[in-house]
Design a protein around this ligand. Structure first.
Ligand SMILES: [Zn+2]
Length: 307
């Protein structure tokens, strides 16, 4: 199979308060849009649960214990002011992290070339010992740590184009020379972090509100691509947030689905040159259902292109 879609029905069931933007409809809308593709080369796989060992590689065991112990049998509890858990949330959070680990296994085994993990809750604000910003476990960081246990993988790139800075991921990988994180994000905006870049390890590209697609593409071309070429990752992971779309209610950037297709193609080129094509993408944000669906379709269409 050239492209695997890893998802699970429980991702639509993770409970949030009424009117919350990070709702299950994000999964049902995108799943419906993807089902209309009926692509023979798109194989759908059920997301497995992450193991406790996989979660503990990046999260403090006491935090993982607290999440497991907090899961309510009914009703909602708040892990932090923005992140809640209901009866299905623990299962969703554990499978969201497990999806990325399984995606890594698939591309390393040569059973898929590219993987898209259609999951929620998102992950990139979750830090080692706390949830934040709708995120319980840091799915992409769990996947990166899983990959680095494999003999074939000594260098992993994480590309994050969500409108919000992936502060949780940065806090986990900034000091890790085995991981190059490249990020574009609106600044100032939640979560407000904007540390200087670290050559060879962290590329932070803040963008002001109103930034359009051509400026985004120039920033990626000038700031991400030279670092990625020099780093030569053996695996490319994408924190695919689509809330930098012009129609998104939580951000003020001006990207369109064609910009997401463009950056996806650049990521594939890096993966082809350095990583035997191995690329695993995981959904982060995106809160306008129409724009999210169109953006996911554009992202998946780019991932389907045979090279
Ligand atoms: Zn976001």
């Amino acid at each position: 199979m050239s492209l695997a879609l890893i998802t699970h029905p429980v991702f639509a069931s993770h409970e949030v308060p009424g009117g919350h933007p990070e709702a299950g409809s994000r999964i049902t809308a995108t799943t419906e849009a993807l089902s209309n593709l009926r692509a023979p080369d798109l194989t759908e796989i059920q997301a497995p649960r992450a193991t406790r060992e996989q979660l503990d590689r990046v999260h403090a065991p006491a935090y993982v214990d607290a999440v497991f112990d907090s899961a309510p049998a009914d009703g909602l509890i708040a892990l932090d002011p923005e992140t809640t858990m209901g009866p299905h949330s623990l299962e969703a959070a554990v499978r969201a992290a497990g999806a990325v680990c399984h995606g890594v296994d698939l591309v390393l085994a040569g059973d898929a070339r590219h993987v898209f993990c259609l999951v929620r809750p998102p992950g990139h604000h979750a830090a080692a010992a706390n949830s934040a910003g709708f995120c319980i476990f840091n799915n992409v960081a769990v996947g990166a740590a899983h990959a680095l246990t494999k003999d074939a993988i000594e260098r992993v790139a994480i590309l994050d184009f969500d409108v919000h800075h992936g502060d949780g991921t940065e806090s986990m990988v900034r000091e890790d020379s085995r991981i190059l994180m490249c990020s574009t994000y609106q600044h100032p905006l939640y979560p407000g972090t904007n540390l200087p870049s670290v050559p060879g390890s962290q590329v932070n590209v803040p963008l002001p509100a109103g930034t359009d697609g051509s400026t985004f593409q120039t920033a990626v071309t000038q700031r991400w691509l030279p670092e990625l070429e020099a780093f030569a990752p053996q695996l490319v992971l994408i924190s695919a947030g689509f809330d930098a779309h012009a129609a998104d209610p939580l951000g003020q950037l001006g990207l369109t689905e064609s910009d997401f297709a463009w950056v996806t193609s650049r990521a594939i080129e890096i993966a082809e040159r350095h990583a035997q094509g191995r690329l695993v993408s995981v959904l982060e944000g995106g809160y306008n259902l129409e724009a999210l669906s169109a953006s996911v379709l554009a992202h998946v269409a780019a991932l389907r292109v045979r090279r």
